[in-house]
Write a protein that binds this ligand. Structure first.
Ligand SMILES: NC(=O)c1ccc[n+]([C@@H]2O[C@H](COP(=O)([O-])OP(=O)(O)OC[C@H]3O[C@@H](n4cnc5c(N)ncnc54)[C@H](OP(=O)(O)O)[C@@H]3O)[C@@H](O)[C@H]2O)c1
Length: 295
């Protein structure tokens, strides 16, 4: 049995990895907060990987509270920058493949065209800066078999995601005010998990083409307001009355963290290197909305 160690347990990506069918002979072992109460010590992580007889590591853990990170930079840095360095060192010592996830928030959003992997990052927030540091730590680690999937706007029916929050408000009959001046590509967590799995299996086969940094996001570009509208339309077809939805500007929110206004990612590299295509969020919305409304 080949054990894949997943860092993270109850998060939307970790849960989506759990929900995937894996080829025969693979078993997943999840390690979230409970396994790391003493912090992310290189020795501890190394012992954990040895005890699990790990064959590969998938890092689905991160500090993802973008606004809170502005006032908790050390906590964000521990998870987003330090943990990838520790994982890379532990995987390097055991020659294990490591797949890690980055974010579109490493960019400032001023390019005006889809970002490619070689574009120079310029994060606007603590979250973006700490995630970028994590990417660099992995790149500089000397680890042979690593890949980073740079994702954007990850959504699912799991946890406190945008779609879950929109539907909660809609169910309560509350009016919604959502920004229409941030544009990106919503990515279904299940699709990101599928891509992570495909890349991990290639790295386990020592496929050189699967090494390095890849963008991976959904194929439809929209604003958060656009995503809310699609979510509410989907819910309406299932019988949920549509609440009023108003488009507002980012500046009106006064959020602690600045976000890129345009963070569409080009996924050409992963398509060419690994044959991985991305799907449109519309393809997954019906399933997500039904699952949320069934609760
Ligand atoms: N969400 C987005 O919109 C978005 C966009 C672009 C990229 N990403 C990236 O996608 C990846 C997955 O994000 P997600 O949306 O699945 O995140 P999430 O739902 O917020 O889950 C975060 C995960 O991190 C783990 N974690 C948090 N603190 C921890 C700690 N101290 N020790 C160990 N584990 C800890 C959690 O473990 P437990 O299971 O124990 O709680 C959980 O599994 C991350 O790298 C994120 O940066 C996310």
């Amino acid at each position: 049995m080949a054990t894949i160690v997943v860092i993270g347990e109850s998060g939307q990506l970790a849960q989506s990895l759990r929900g995937l069918p894996w080829p025969p002979g693979f078993a997943l072992s999840f390690h979230g907060r409970r396994s790391f109460q003493a912090g992310f010590d290189a020795e501890l992580v190394g012992r954990l990987l040895q005890a699990e007889a790990a064959h590969a590591v998938l890092n689905a853990a991160a500090y993802t509270a973008v606004d809170r990170a502005e006032s908790e930079p050390q906590a964000a840095s521990a998870l987003n920058a330090h943990l990838p360095r520790v994982l890379a060192a532990a995987c390097g010592a055991l020659d294990l493949p490591l797949v890690h996830i980055s974010t579109d928030y490493v960019f400032d959003g001023r390019k005006g065209a889809p970002y490619v992997e070689t574009d120079v990052p310029n994060p606007l927030s603590v979250y973006g800066r700490t995630k970028l540091e994590g990417d660099r730590n992995l790149d500089l680690s000397g680890l042979r078999w690593w890949a980073i999937l740079r994702a954007s706007w990850v959504v699912s029916e799991i946890g406190e995601t945008f779609i879950v929050k929109v539907l909660r408000r809609a169910r309560a009959g509350e009016a919604l005010r959502i920004v229409d001046d941030q544009h990106g590509c919503p990515t279904a967590a299940s699709e990101l998990a599928r891509a992570m799995q495909a890349v991990a299996l290639r790295l386990l086969d020592r496929d050189h083409a699967a090494r390095g940094l890849f963008n991976y996001c959904g194929a439809s570009e929209m604003s958060w307001h656009g995503l809310a509208e699609k979510t509410l339309l989907t819910a309406e077809k299932i019988g949920l009355a549509r609440p009023p939805l108003q488009a507002i500007k980012t500046a009106e929110l006064n959020a602690p963290a600045q976000r890129p206004a345009y963070s569409v990612l080009s996924c050409a590299r992963i398509a060419q290197a690994c044959g991985l295509t991305t799907t449109q969020i519309e393809d997954d919305l019906d399933r997500m909305v039904r699952s949320i409304l069934a609760r």
